[in-house]
Write a protein that binds this ligand. Structure first.
Ligand SMILES: C[S@@+](CC[C@H](N)C(=O)[O-])C[C@H]1O[C@@H](n2cnc3c(N)ncnc32)[C@H](O)[C@@H]1O
Length: 365
């Protein structure tokens, strides 16, 4: 995604890549909470195979699009990528779901004027999304091309959304960019393809092996991504959920993240890290997060050798101007966890019987 995303590491990418090292043959960089995919892209640029995962489809589509190469998306049946984008920009506006729920036309449907998009832009989003679906269903584009176009549409709609950074709510007054006509753009595709695996799901289900490098960037505040980015998710999925409230939220509670609850965050993180098979794990966190950095360090050191690196500041998420003035910057940290090299069973001490099953499993990978 080319836009602001809570917790995006785009400003810290140089410092994070400094800890990635060189990939071993067949090893994957596993970006298990990929968000925008900026970190996975940097790993791919270093030669890693990458596996990206997020609980949101929209995040995985946007992150995956950063890794697509031009030969993977030739748009042969449409005369090329630029032609496909031009056709989408010229699509006749359609009064569909986005228009009905997220533009002032929502007044008729629910008695509320939701000002996420002007009526014209919302109807254009409906038309673009419908055309992408029609092309996919008729075989005019294949799956990689479809995902690329959806990601481009997410970027375009974000540029004209009448919001203050997230889709948690719309602004009451129209911003000047929200008045612009929505326009999709071609992005620069990668010159060569990289090996990419994508999954959408809970972080606990992401495959990883001993030689992989797992990168964990969990949410660290109570802000639930599934509700803050609900419109992106709806466009990514192309569905028409029953939405509710002033903000028109799609049902999101089944995607609520344990990392967003102060009472569960540390326990969940420790369960996650100790269950990983990878010998090296990079973990991003902030000193403004639910987990106190010192407590984290103490507990993570019990799992493996850990070092903590201060990475400096990223812009704080600021819901309004007053919060913006009073906010100090967030300090970001990278914790590097390294676990001992796996020992074959015959080399382990006899006390291995006392080892929990999850650790025994890690010796075999
Ligand atoms: C801090 S953001 C990641 C930012 C990303 N590293 C970047 O630079 O753009 C956290 C991400 O974790 C995802 N997430 C939250 N809980 C999750 C879970 N249990 N499993 C998988 N992904 C989760 C959110 O949807 C969000 O995209």
């Amino acid at each position: 995604m080319t836009f602001r995303y809570i917790g995006s590491k785009s400003r810290l990418i140089g410092q994070i890549t400094a800890h990635m090292g060189r990939p071993e043959q067949g090893a994957f960089f596993v970006d298990a909470f990929c968000g925008t995919g900026v970190v996975a892209e940097a790993a791919a640029d270093l030669g890693w195979n990458v596996r990206i995962n997020d609980s949101l489809h929209s995040a995985v589509i946007a992150a995956g699009a950063r890794l697509i190469s031009s030969n993977q998306a030739p748009f042969k049946k449409l005369g090329g990528y630029a032609r496909a984008i031009a056709k989408l920009n010229a699509a006749k506006p359609k009064q569909g779901f986005m228009w009905r729920e997220y533009s002032p036309a929502s007044m008729d449907a629910c008695g509320l004027e939701r000002r996420y998009f002007t009526e014209e832009n919302a109807a254009r989003i409906d038309a673009m999304r419908a055309l992408i679906r029609a092309w996919a269903e008729s075989g005019t584009i294949h799956e990689v091309e479809e995902r690329l176009l959806i990601a481009d549409l997410l970027g375009a709609l974000n540029r004209v959304a009448n919001i203050a950074g997230t889709f948690g709510c719309f602004l009451s007054k129209w911003t000047s960019q929200s008045q612009d006509k929505i326009a999709m753009r071609c992005r620069e595709l990668k010159a060569t393809g990289v090996c990419v695996e994508t999954t959408v799901g809970d972080v606990f289900d992401v495959p990883n092996a001993a030689q992989d490098l797992v990168y964990l960037d969990p949410p660290y505040t109570k802000r639930q991504y599934a509700s803050y980015y609900h419109i992106l998710e709806t466009v990514a999925l192309g569905d028409e959920p029953v939405v509710e409230g002033v903000a028109g939220l799609r049902p999101w509670r089944d995607l609520a993240s344990d990392f967003c609850y102060k009472s569960r965050a540390l326990k969940t993180l420790l369960r996650l890290v100790s269950g990983l098979k990878a010998q090296k794990v990079l973990l991003s966190y902030s000193n403004e997060g639910h987990i106190c950095m010192q407590d984290m360090k103490t507990e993570i050191s019990k799992i493996g050798k850990s070092t903590m690196h201060a990475l400096g500041t990223i812009g704080r998420y600021r819901p309004n101007k007053i919060a913006s003035r009073s906010a100090s910057d967030v300090n970001e940290f990278l914790v590097v966890v390294e676990r001992p090299v796996a020992q074959p069973l015959w080399a382990q001490p006899t006390t291995v019987k006392a080892t929990k099953p999850i650790l025994v499993e890690s010796y075999y990978v």
